[in-house]
Design a protein around this ligand. Structure first.
Ligand SMILES: NC(=O)c1ccc[n+]([C@@H]2O[C@H](COP(=O)([O-])OP(=O)(O)OC[C@H]3O[C@@H](n4cnc5c(N)ncnc54)[C@H](O)[C@@H]3O)[C@@H](O)[C@H]2O)c1
Length: 367
């Protein structure tokens, strides 16, 4: 089998887990690392045994590369995706797909023009936790889903990330940073969104970095850091979502719950690949822990890239695809727009609910 070849653009914090996972898989070969900061590209290539470290332009010009894995910061997502597509590559980008809806649309249009695939994180919904939830819903464990709640409530990233500024710039904030995990999981379980509304605010206009090496520096906050939203799914189900970087004291709220006509499903953290998955049927007195029916329960970041490689071989749609990521991007903007304009935001885009994976052990799912 001729392995597809991939190149990574953006060798920062998240690139390590991608490289760690991708170099072990038989479907895809990572042949180059690139970064604006060439020292970072070199360090990654050396650490993971990647043959080439180069500039982003050199990587995009390399005819051997089929797939560009774009792990740059959100502000650079669209530019790097468009350049990769223009160069005839398929592209998989970290979340969010892009900062603005226009950029997201441009990426999808360029991919269609060039006949190339777009993939986008998150791919956590392909993990055993959410896939088990999808199966439980499809098997009728909670009856007809009528509502959902999702809570991503935390204190932000300036206490651990070495370069946390982008989380408070446009395209950052808890909705654009963490919303993709929650909204993608909800769409994978409940289908596409019809409209959204919400309120969004900046509780603290300045934040102080307490991580190294920028300890003590101030960040000016440019994007809402607490967003409370309501979602009408096309199915008729109604969702509630809060994403916050402003809860310095933490929370005791669950991550995601789905409420059905016959029971409630407690969904694991959608920023992870595994469990616990719990169900409480209408006649039960407590939640029961359910066995996971699917594999890929460890940190499998890069699974979406592998699904894309497999989709290319099989001539099918990749699951963590551009349409899904754009739908989520539009919804995230919708919450902010609704807050600004004081009315519901009607979604223009839709997407297919990604095809569930087959139940069973980890390596058999793409067969
Ligand atoms: N850090 C995490 O835990 C985490 C988790 C999940 C997803 N992500 C996502 O991964 C992406 C990267 O995050 P990170 O934490 O690794 O950021 P980072 O700042 O640590 O790394 C980003 C890298 O991209 C490089 N870069 C920026 N613009 C570039 C360009 N135009 N061309 C080439 N290289 C460029 C930077 O030099 C840097 O090395 C973001 O989209 C983020 O949302 C991060």
């Amino acid at each position: 089998m001729n392995k597809l070849k991939a190149g990574i653009v953006g060798c920062g914090k998240i690139s390590g887990i991608y490289l760690q996972n991708l170099i072990l898989n038989p479907e895809l070969e990572v042949v180059a690392c690139a970064d604006l900061n060439l020292a970072r590209a070199r360090a990654s290539a050396e650490e993971y045994g990647i043959p080439k470290a180069c500039t982003p332009a050199e990587l995009l010009a390399d005819p051997a590369i089929d797939i560009v894995i774009n792990l740059t910061i959100p502000a650079a997502h669209a530019e790097v995706c468009l350049q990769a597509l223009e160069a005839g590559k398929h592209v998989y980008v970290e979340k969010p797909l892009a900062v603005t809806r226009e950029e997201g649309q441009a990426i999808l249009a360029k991919a269609a023009e060039k006949g190339r695939l777009v993939g986008s994180a998150p791919d956590t919904f392909l993990g055993g936790g959410i896939q088990t939830c999808i199966k439980l819903i499809e098997d009728g464990w909670i009856g007809v889903p009528v509502a959902a709640s999702a809570f991503m409530i935390g204190r932000g990233h300036e206490h651990w990330h070495p370069d946390p500024e982008f989380y408070y710039a446009k395209g950052g904030g808890p909705m654009f940073d963490m919303g993709p995990y929650y909204l993608t999981a909800l769409v994978a379980m409940l289908g596409p969104i019809r409209r959204v509304t919400g309120s969004a605010g900046i509780s603290y206009p300045q934040r102080t970095i307490t991580s190294q090496p920028k300890f003590g520096r101030t960040i000016q906050v440019e994007t809402p850091t607490h967003i409370a939203g309501v979602i009408d799914f096309r199915s008729g189900a109604i969702g509630t979502i809060i994403t916050s970087f402003d809860a310095f004291g933490g929370t005791e709220l669950p991550r995601i719950e789905i409420y059905g006509s016959e029971g409630t499903l407690s969904v694991p953290d959608p920023n992870t690949f595994g469990g616990p998955v719990r169900v409480r049927r209408y006649d039960a007195t407590e939640f029961s822990l359910m066995p996971l029916t699917h594999g890929f329960t460890d940190n499998c970041r890069g699974l979406g890239v592998l699904d894309m490689a497999s989709a290319l071989r099989q001539g099918r749609t990749n699951r963590a695809n551009g349409e899904l990521a754009y739908h989520v991007l539009e919804a995230m903007h919708g919450f902010h727009d609704a807050s600004t304009h004081g009315k519901h935001y009607e979604m223009h885009s839709s997407c297919e609910r990604p095809a569930p994976l087959k139940a069973g052990p980890a390596r058999s799912i793409f067969d």
